[in-house]
Design a protein around this ligand. Structure first.
Ligand SMILES: C[S@@+](CC[C@H](N)C(=O)[O-])C[C@H]1O[C@@H](n2cnc3c(N)ncnc32)[C@H](O)[C@@H]1O
Length: 271
């Protein structure tokens, strides 16, 4: 692809979502933007980017930025964090929040919503309705297209097969044509919002649990530190932060300390 188009895209990604597009990743651009270029009837990815450079267009810019980022996710992704939530973290928080009877959970890069709905199903299954409690799950993503999908809560058989056990499928989903839709009581536990982690957050209550899994990898070093600093400020001092299994937090030990619970690592803010 033309070098000036690659440079333009690098700066677009940085501005849009603080996302770092490394030198030499032209192949990634072609793979990610090829389907969008074809769908929008451009002759090539270069043509699409050249057009965007000469005629700034907010909607096309958003589509390009969103197509560049992977939204790969699944229900109960990585299994162990959810096991630890069930066995240790929720029992602990339910005991410690018995006074306020409030629990706040944030799925901070929720993609199509599977993470947030997994937490909602887990709570419902193992802790019932927690009568008298105020339990809210906020789920956000930079991509407004993802947020619309997540709100709908409708998933293909393939997406269901990736992580939903059959007893949960029976209890918490209903058939919707070829799709499966999350039942309304579970959907209502989640508030979906568009939030870009790379820019200052809108006002949010302090959270008991934050999931920022498999998103920090996209940010350059400065942005990642800034995001983690803001997340630390939005997490209660006895709360829990989850990052992706492959994401290391060693460089941020001034912001968070690690808790090893069973087979799960999570983090608490240093205050
Ligand atoms: C690989 S998915 C991870 C989804 C889920 N957290 C998980 O671990 O399965 C990455 C998500 O991060 C979102 N994302 C990328 N940059 C972001 C930003 N600056 N702010 C918020 N979300 C962002 C993408 O839109 C995508 O949905």
């Amino acid at each position: 692809m033309r070098p000036e188009n690659f440079i333009f895209l690098r700066s677009l990604m940085r501005q849009h979502a603080g996302v770092l597009l490394e030198e030499g990743k032209e192949y990634l651009v072609l793979a990610r933007l090829g389907p969008l270029a074809r769908r929008e009837s451009w002759g090539s990815v270069d043509e699409l980017i050249s057009h965007l450079r000469s005629r700034p267009n907010g909607e096309l810019r958003r589509q390009v930025a969103e197509a560049m980022v992977t939204t790969e996710t699944s229900f109960f992704r990585d299994v162990h964090p959810f096991q630890t939530l069930k066995d240790v973290i929720f029992p602990d928080l339910i005991e410690r929040r018995a006074g306020s009877r409030t629990l706040r959970i944030w799925s901070a890069a929720c993609a199509a919503g599977q993470e947030a709905y997994s937490v909602a199903m887990l709570l419902k299954e193992h802790f019932g309705d927690l009568p008298g409690w105020h339990v809210r799950i906020v789920a956000s993503d930079v991509s407004s297209a993802m947020i619309e999908r997540a709100k709908l809560g409708s998933y293909s058989q393939l997406e269901i097969n990736r992580g939903v056990p059959s007893h949960l499928l029976t209890r918490h989903f209903e058939r919707d044509g070829l799709q499966w839709r999350v039942n309304e009581d579970i959907r209502q536990m989640v508030d979906f919002r568009q939030i870009n982690l790379a820019t200052p957050f809108p006002p949010l209550p302090e959270m008991d649990i934050i999931f920022a899994r498999n998103v920090l990898i996209y940010f350059d070093e400065n942005t990642r530190r800034e995001v983690l600093r803001r997340l630390a400020g939005n997490l209660r001092k006895d709360g829990y932060l989850f990052v992706g299994g492959a994401e290391t937090m060693i460089a941020y030990s001034d912001l968070f300390y690690r808790l090893q619970i069973d087979r799960t690592s999570c983090y608490r803010p240093r205050r």
